[in-house]
Each structure stands twice: as structure tokens, then as C-alpha cells.
Design a protein around this ligand. Structure first.
Ligand code: ADP
Ligand code: MG
Length: 367
């Protein structure tokens, strides 16, 4: 089932401002759509609007071509899994999963078929007759998923369902959920504040801040072409390095003047058009290459080394005191206090308008 949001907005009663503004979103049935953003940005509000648990102040919500704004939650053919997946403690796993179908007066045969099918997919068949207290957190989370699955909803809504699990199990469940999605092919909308979860699971990320979409698209697009400084900073670890500066004589000159970068080939005209403008250069840690190049280079001192095994993070300081983090392969040898020289290929540079935060390319489009 395709889900469309047309100019959706939400204003809670008693609040002065809209919590959610102008959301335009198309979610296709094969999509695993992740709504991502910092705490308090309105992710749950948006998901609950899709579920029918929050009213919609303005705009249209469509499932397929059917307007859903006023449809009762129980008639939306959705299932929702929350972070706190309170199972009924006195019921067995089987009965927990069967509960919603029983309430809907489904036949015993159908209930059994659905529960067994979900248990098979989620690999919890061995615990069907245990109570929640007798199984692990990860198993309980699977039961919560199973409870939603047995209904065979048209849309699967999940609100931070993995946040209560430990890191290892979370990693495991990420893969499980993607597998499950592939297998069931149910439109899935998943809320998280964790960019790693979004990057690894999503076919489409919708990054929200202050109730407004900052960018939507496949994970690699947000990573490689962040639309603004917020996206650039939110997606990716370590955080993208940013350097304040301005355009002088068609070049990027860093604040303090410790380095300059020639305008990348395809951006010369853009640079010329914005001569004198304050801009911010963004470079991901893994895009620094050792040694000199004709175009540019950065001299710095390694201050702290964080060895992670396959990579190491070099926390460096430039001559002007500005800091940056470089991700280097783990097998290379660096020492603290070492002087190093790196360069950055033009295609690895991102330029943003410092004032608006917009990607320079997007800025000129708007003009
Ligand atoms: P997130 O899930 O991204 O952390 P929420 O959607 O829970 O964010 O909340 C977004 C904003 O809406 C917050 O400022 C929160 O205080 C506010 N909010 C959430 N629920 C209500 C409510 N029922 N009434 C008024 N304000 C609310
Ligand atoms: Mg939330």
C-alpha cells in the first residue's frame, strides 16, 4: 500500500506553533522508510498522525488513493510497534501474539495459522508457551513484532522499536527487520533518532528537524549530497568536518587564512557568482588523503588517535587552531604530536552558504 502525505501539518492544542509543518512525502509499498531526526523534532507526532492516534491539523493523508484523515485507527489496517512494547505478562507468547486477532473474533484456525507463521519468520517457535518474563529482551521485542505481524497490516509503523536493546542485539535486529521487510513486502515506516539505524535499514530516509523535512532520499544521497549543513552534520560518524571561510578571487579561503582550496572544476561559475560570500567547506573524515597535491593541502598536527581496528580516527589541529577529524585505515602508523599533510580531492568537498546553511548549488537554484 502506498502512503502519501500532502502538505501535512500538526498544531497541538494549547501550543503556539505547529509541531509539524508542510510534510510532502510519498512512501511506496516496497519502501522501508525511516523518519530520522533529533529528539523532539516531531517524529513520533508524524507517525502517530499516520496511525490515526494524533489528529491531522492540515493537509491530506492518503493510503493508496483513499483519504485517511478522519478514518479511525482500527480501520486503517496498520500495526504499530513501540519502544516500550508492553506485552501482557500473564499471557504466553502465543496468546500475546493471538490477542488482537481474538479481539477481532478471528477463527481459531486462522489465529493458529497466523501465529505459527509469524513465529516461524521471527524464530520464536521454541518460546510460544513461555511467558514474557521467561524470555530475553530480544525475544520479547520479536514477540512485539509478531503481535503486529499476525494482523497482516497494509502498513507497518515502528517507533524506535530497538532503543531498549543492547548494542549487539540492536545490530542483529536491524538485519532481521530488513529481512522481514523483504519477505513480507509490507510498507514500513520506522522512526529513529539513530542515524546508523537509518543509514543501514532505510530504502528512503526522511530527515526532520523542528518539524520540517530537511532532506529525503536514499541513504547514500543524504550522505554524499547533503542539502544543507544540518543534514551534513546529522548523517555520518565521525561528524563531517566543517571549515568557515569565504570566496576570494574564485577560491575558498579559510577563516584565518591557514589554507585555500581552488574551486572544483564544475563549480567555478558558481564561485564567481558568489564572490565575497561567507561559505562553509565540508569534508568527511575519510576523504582526506595523505600527502601533497597541486590543488590544495592542509598541514596539521595529530593530537589524539582513536584506534577502532579497521579504521583510526586522527583528531588533528590545523595551524590556526581549528580542529578536524580524519578517518585513516587502521593498518597505517601514526603517532601523537606528529606533523601530517593531507589533501582533499575536489569531488570530496561540500560547500554551504554559511548564513542559510544551504548547499551552495541549491542556493543558486533558489535565486
Ligand atoms: P520526537 O518523537 O521526534 O522525539 P515528538 O513528536 O514526541 O518528538 O514531539 C515533538 C514536539 O511535540 C515536542 O516539542 C513535544 O513536546 C510536543 N508534543 C508531543 N506530544 C504532545 C502533546 N500531546 N501535546 C502537546 N505537545 C506535544
Ligand atoms: Mg519519539
Amino acid at each position: 500500500m502506498d502512503v502519501s502525505l500532502n502538505n501535512i501539518g500538526k498544531k497541538y492544542e494549547g501550543r503556539e506553533k505547529f509541531t509539524i509543518r508542510h510534510i510532502d512525502l510519498e512512501i511506496k509499498s516496497q519502501d522501508f522508510c525511516v523518519i530520522l531526526g533529533p529528539s523532539g523534532c516531531g517524529k513520533s507526532t508524524l507517525l502517530r498522525m499516520i496511525a490515526g492516534l494524533n489528529s491531522i491539523t492540515e493537509g491530506e493523508l492518503l493510503f493508496g488513493d483513499k483519504l485517511m484523515n478522519k478514518v479511525e485507527p482500527k480501520d486503517r489496517n496498520i500495526a504499530m510497534v513501540f519502544q516500550s512494547y508492553a506485552l501482557y505478562p500473564h499471557m504466553t507468547v502465543y496468546d500475546n501474539m493471538a490477542f488482537s486477532l481474538k479481539m477481532r473474533k478471528a477463527s481459531k484456525e486462522l489465529i493458529h495459522e497466523r501465529v505459527m507463521e509469524a513465529a516461524e519468520v521471527l524464530q520464536i517457535k521454541d518460546y510460544l508457551y513461555n511467558r514474557p518474563a521467561e524470555i530475553s529482551g530480544g525475544q520479547r521485542q520479536r514477540v512485539a513484532l509478531g503481535r503486529a505481524m499476525v494482523r497482516k497490516p497494509a502498513v507497518f509503523l515502528m517507533d524506535e522499536p530497538l532503543s531498549n536493546l543492547d548494542a549487539k542485539l540492536r545490530e542483529h535486529m536491524r538485519v532481521e527487520l530488513v529481512r522481514l521487510h523483504k519477505r513480507l513486502g509490507t510498507t514500513s515506516i520506522y522512526v529513529t533518532h539513530d542515524q546508523t539505524e537509518a543509514m543501514t535499514m532505510a530504502t528512503k530516509i526522511v530527515l526532520l528537524n523542528n518539524g520540517v523535512i530537511q532532506q529525503q532520499g536514499p541513504p547514500e544521497e543524504l550522505y554524499q549530497h547533503p542539502a544543507n549543513l544540518f543534514v551534513a552534520g546529522f548523517i555520518g560518524t565521525p561528524t563531517m568536518n566543517t571549515f568557515a571561510g569565504q570566496i576570494e578571487s574564485g577560491q575558498f579561503v579559510s577563516e584565518g587564512g591557514s589554507f585555500t582550496m581552488a574551486a572544483p572544476e564544475g563549480m567555478r561559475e558558481l564561485f564567481a557568482a558568489h564572490e565575497g560570500r561567507k561559505i562553509t567547506l565540508g569534508v568527511r573524515g575519510e576523504r582526506f588523503e595523505e600527502g601533497l597535491s597541486d590543488l590544495n593541502h592542509l598541514e596539521m598536527k595529530v593530537e589524539v588517535i582513536e584506534m577502532l581496528g579497521k579504521e583510526q580516527l586522527l583528531y588533528c589541529t590545523l595551524k590556526d587552531g581549528k580542529q578536524c577529524v580524519i578517518s585513516a585505515p587502521g593498518y597505517k602508523k601514526y603517532t601523537t604530536d606528529e606533523d601530517v599533510v593531507f589533501h582533499v580531492k575536489p569531488e570530496a568537498m561540500h560547500f554551504f552558504d554559511t548564513e542559510s546553511g544551504l548547499r551552495l548549488e541549491n542556493l543558486s537554484e533558489k535565486k
